[in-house]
Design a protein around this ligand. Sequence first.
Ligand code: NAD
Length: 316
Amino acid sequence: MEPSATKVAIIGAGAVGATLAYNLALKGTVTELALIDVNREKAEAEILDIQQGAPLGRPLKMTAGGYEECGDAAITIVTAGARQKPGETRVDLLGRNAGIVRDIVHSCIGAGFQGTFLLITNPVDVLTWVAFAESGFPMARVIGSGTTLDSARLREHVARHCRVNPMNIHGYVLGEHGDTSFPAWSLLTVGGVHLDEFCPFCRSCMEKEEFRARAAEEIRQAAYRIIEAKGSTSYAIGQAASVIVESIVRVERRILPVSTVRKDYRGISRTAFSFPTIVGHGGAEQVLQFTLPPEEDGLLMKSARFVAENIQAAGY
Ligand code: NAD
């Protein structure tokens, strides 16, 4: 079946899937949206709840259906599976979620899906590899949300500190979406000016290294704090995923730190991690190629190795 350029299917109608559906409906990014969950009643209720706001927003065809809905979707977004309990890491979810993702990928392909997979379920980098291996799709059409969320957290943190609009902050958290991720300070600019030059205030109020260490820790711990208090993270990941969807369906070619698979990355076979990537109609159209300063490069390699070990542990 020919994919419809503006139809998406979301698998998993939980906190993340439902929030993403609501976000896409509010923005009018897509014209058709299907929500699929083992708990069909939950998917139907989420659709009903969102659809009842349609007269006050933008018209959108919404369905709570089965996998046949993926047949003509441009993007299938996988949010189904277990989420972290307080104190659990993302990697702790691997045993529970690898089989779920494998089954979902095969159900989509069985329905004739030919679009782009966007993985959100954790541990997202390892599961991006699982979806790639199981689907046989080209690398560009299997993407993980990766550190798009973590990078938004970094930009928000720096913006709050510097008291400027977060949209004026450019910067990335790179590597695994997990505990080995790191902010690439060498790339961070405020209104086009490198952070070190922009912020003499930072030097007087706090040592540069102390600020960076605290920021990195706060960003890394953000999900744990939110999960501890409210059980799950949903709004910022819904926003991050909708930006990736927009970049694909509207061919925006945004540069986003999505997770892509690497069959052989500088001696590491079979890994997946986030690096700035042009995202457009073809999915991950081009991963940017540049060298980080030695310290950050070391952190990237460490993170890529960590994901590779977990891919191997998952039997891939
Ligand atoms: P949730 O428990 O609220 O929802 C999960 C949903 O998946 C449930 O509705 C459940 O019925 C459904 N489900 C389970 N197995 C299924 C299957 N085989 N087929 C279809 N549906 C199935 O969880 P959540 O808070 O929405 O989180 C979902 C996933 O997203 C978790 O793995 C979480 O860790 C991850 N997550 C990732 C990021 C990121 O940045 N990548 C951010 C937040 C959450």
